[in-house]
Write a new protein. Structure first.
Length: 445
């Protein structure tokens, strides 16, 4: 390995302090000092093959030039700045080929920092454990390609990873500026990161991982389908589609106006879809899932869950556990699925006559099990003409008495009909899949 000795101090005017013309590994030891007043301090010739620079000394370029400059090359450039190493200049490092840079020292660029050619499609990587500082321009600009930035140090200035499927890992570091992943299907892991500016995913299907709900995540309209994974309670920002809760903590997830997919974790979660045709999966734990507006699909998962469809024609599936299913307004489909210990023990809750269709598409219970599940009508006043909150009476047929509830065959299925005004005509209907011989014992009246 060629060694630039610790006893060397080179100052140049209108020329490189060091020109690398042969491929290989170079060690610039401390306190070596390479300075150029009117040119790039270290120039790497094109077409010579792969070059690795290990820097323990100092490189200084004038304020219009890069500290390390590799123009027109197609060969990989690797730069390792050791803890005693530093680069000062108008800019720090520029490469037109694949750049792999590791920094444990100090990098300062007055106008910009680390850059690879904007038109390049190479896969660059930057690992920063030291400090990168710029007073203007971009601290890091990696152009095209599937680039990787791992930051456990400090970056002052904006970061743009360019076009490509990029990855950013916060690693306990800080960025005093914006972070822009640009176009591509990017992974942005912000756990342990301090970001003082906004974080832009750009066009593409991006994944953000957060442990701080206050981080300013930004996506614009029609920029792909984006996912936030969170270890804390989180509400999706505008133009984000999907949310997954991580870990086993009792945290909550909230959607937005789009058609969201919300996924709970192993804890007791509250998931709220808001507007849009949402899907929500409770996962493990005793979850509360609220679809709100739109035609939503809700899955309770494992645990004792409460599912509430809200407005719209919703599909509710309790899955494993003793669940409560409330369809809300619209023609809803309610499926309890299996309960604990092989039983069922689900409760299908109806709260308002106004929410229960009386013709056309009806609320449907797909898997009612006699003696184990319950239909809860206790929130409904069975007699509209009284001041009391009356209970229903389960009878064989209507006799023009308010508050009566009957069952009736409907083809191969079973209808539950209720009369709240005593005119002998059903005011609401509930459809049970199959021939179900319900009795008064199957209701909470």
């Amino acid at each position: 390995m060629p060694v630039i000795s610790s006893s060397v101090s080179v100052s140049a005017i209108n020329a490189h302090a060091l020109t690398i013309a042969v491929a290989g590994n170079y060690l610039i030891t401390g306190p070596t000092y390479l300075e150029s007043e009117s040119s790039y301090a270290v120039g790497v010739n094109a077409g010579i093959g792969p070059v690795t620079i290990n820097l323990a000394g100092s490189i200084v370029a004038s304020l219009s030039y890069y500290g390390i400059y590799q123009p027109g090359a197609t060969d990989p450039l690797t730069v390792n700045i050791l803890s005693s190493g530093s680069i000062f200049g108008g800019a720090v490092v520029f490469a037109t080929s694949q750049l792999a840079l590791t920094n444990d020292g100090y990098l300062y660029g007055q106008d910009s920092g680390i850059a690879s050619a904007p038109t390049a499609t190479t896969n660059d990587s930057v690992i920063n454990r030291g400090e990168i500082f710029t007073t203007a321009g971009l601290a890091i600009d990696l152009g095209g390609g599937a680039d990787v930035l791992v930051n456990s140090g400090h970056i002052t200035g904006d970061v743009n990873l360019g076009v490509g499927d990029d990855r950013f890992y916060g690693g306990g570091g800080s960025v005093l500026g914006t972070l822009d992943l640009s176009t591509g299907n990017d992974l942005i892991d912000l756990r342990g990161a301090q970001i003082d500016g906004s974080v832009y995913g750009g066009d593409g299907n991006d994944v953000f991982i957060v442990d701080d709900a206050s981080v300013d995540l930004i996506e614009y309209s029609a920029q792909g389908t984006d996912l936030v994974k969170s270890t804390v309670s989180y509400e999706l920002r505008v133009n984000f589609e999907n949310l997954t809760l991580l870990g086993a903590g009792d945290i909550n997830g909230t959607g937005n106006a789009a058609a969201n997919t919300l996924t709970g974790n192993a804890g007791d979660n509250r998931l709220h879809g808001y507007t849009g045709n949402d899907k929500a999966y409770g996962g493990s734990g005793d979850d509360v899932i609220y679809g709100d507006q739109g035609n939503d699909v809700l899955y309770g998962g494992i645990g004792v869950d409460l599912l509430y469809g809200g407005a719209g024609n919703d599909i509710l599936r309790g899955e494993t556990g003793e669940d409560r299913l409330i369809g809300g307004a619209g023609a809803d489909t309610l499926t309890g699925d299996v309960g604990t210990a092989g039983g069922y023990d689900d409760v299908f809750v109806f709260q308002r006559v106004a929410d229960m269709p009386n013709a056309g598409s009806l609320d449907l219970i797909t898997d009612f099990h006699i003696g184990e599940d319950k239909i809860d009508l206790s929130a409904i006043d069975a007699k509209a003409g009284t001041l009391a909150n009356d209970a229903f009476s389960f009878v064989a047929s209507f006799t023009s008495v308010a508050g009566q509830l009957i069952k009736q065959a409907s083809g191969l299925d079973t209808l539950i009909l209720g009369d709240i005004n005593g005119d002998g005509v059903a005011d609401f209907r509930i459809l049970l899949a199959g021939n179900v011989a319900v009795t008064a014992a199957d209701f909470i009246l």
